[in-house]
Design a protein. Structure first.
Length: 312
């Protein structure tokens, strides 16, 4: 099994030098916002090293921008854990979706969840770095993220095992990969319009598949123990009626097929006229950091997939 999760890439992962200072600030903020309650939750959060996740995805971000992004990831990871524990998951996602969309749209009215108030603060800061087009697209992505999270929650509540194709369509949404992608322009100061061109959208789609497939390989053992069917290896084992080792091999090969496709698309972008500008180069570098950083974080930093902690 270990061989199948020893994922490596031709491009390395780097750690943002502000990680320690940002982590201290994020933890203090999360305690003030009642996102982390008491010494035990703080200790568990430190073990998960969520700030290291942000610091690997955006190793060249300024301290200010890394802090805001790390706060956002703090909220999303804690949300993931919290929804695993509650009984009426569907009702919670309805309330959460209503709250978060109200926060994103800047609508008047009280937010029901303390989580949503913290999210609103982070959203407003990140939005201040962007323009209207970015905010409109980000709103759409968060809506899809919430819809996919609700879909996953309903499956768990009903003990429903999704079809493989259905899972793969939803996985890239609730994995948060698209949220990570849309943060690239404001963090790297890249024109948002560039990332919306068809060739850049296509390579983001491939990068998203690489990230969630890698995550499913890394979290496979943990999700098997928890009997959580939302894992590509487990779904292939179930639907194709094959041994786990065969399913692991298939997913491992699928992962590297997507990596090869990513490199081909990179080369095409670099060779075209538009690929000669600095923004294109920076965007491709940013995608590389997301791919290698998310996997390196799972392998080297966090205890999230090596312990009984929740998460996917």
């Amino acid at each position: 099994m270990k061989k199948k999760t020893n994922l490596v890439y031709a491009f390395p992962s780097y750690l943002n030098p502000y990680v320690e200072a940002v982590d201290a600030e994020v933890i203090q903020w999360a305690q003030r916002k009642k996102i982390l309650k008491g010494p035990f939750e703080v200790t568990q959060y430190r073990k998960m090293k969520i700030t290291w996740f942000a610091a690997r995805l955006y190793p060249e971000a300024s301290q200010r921008k890394l802090t805001a992004v790390a706060k956002l990831f703090c909220l999303l990871f804690i949300l993931d854990d919290y929804t695993d524990m509650i009984v009426d998951k569907n009702e919670f996602w309805i309330i959460l979706s209503r709250d978060m969309m109200k926060a994103i749209k800047g609508e008047e009215g009280k937010l029901e969840l303390f989580f949503s108030r913290a999210f609103q603060e982070v959203w407003e800061e990140i939005s201040s770095w962007t323009g209207h087009l970015w905010q409109k697209e980000a709103q759409t992505l968060f809506e899809r993220f919430l819809q996919a999270g609700s879909w996953e929650a309903r499956n768990r509540q009903k003990n429903r095992i999704p079809a493989i194709g259905e899972y793969m369509r939803q996985r890239v949404e609730f994995s948060g990969a698209k949220i990570a992608f849309i943060l690239i322009p404001p963090v790297w100061d890249i024109p948002f319009e560039l990332t919306q061109k068809s060739k850049y959208e296509a390579i983001q789609e491939v990068a998203g598949k690489i990230i969630y497939i890698a995550n499913d390989l890394m979290s496979y053992e943990k999700e098997k123990l928890e009997k959580d069917c939302h894992n590509l290896v487990l779904l292939i084992t179930h639907h194709h009626q094959v041994p786990p080792e065969a399913a692991l091999k298939k997913v491992f090969e699928l992962h590297y097929e997507e990596v090869a496709r990513f490199h081909r698309m990179e080369e095409e972008i670099r060779n075209c006229a538009e690929g000669s500008d600095g923004f294109s180069h920076e965007f491709l570098m940013a995608l590389r950091f997301l791919i290698s950083g998310s996997t390196e974080w799972s392998k080297a930093d966090t205890q999230r997939y090596r312990s009984a902690q929740n998460g996917n």
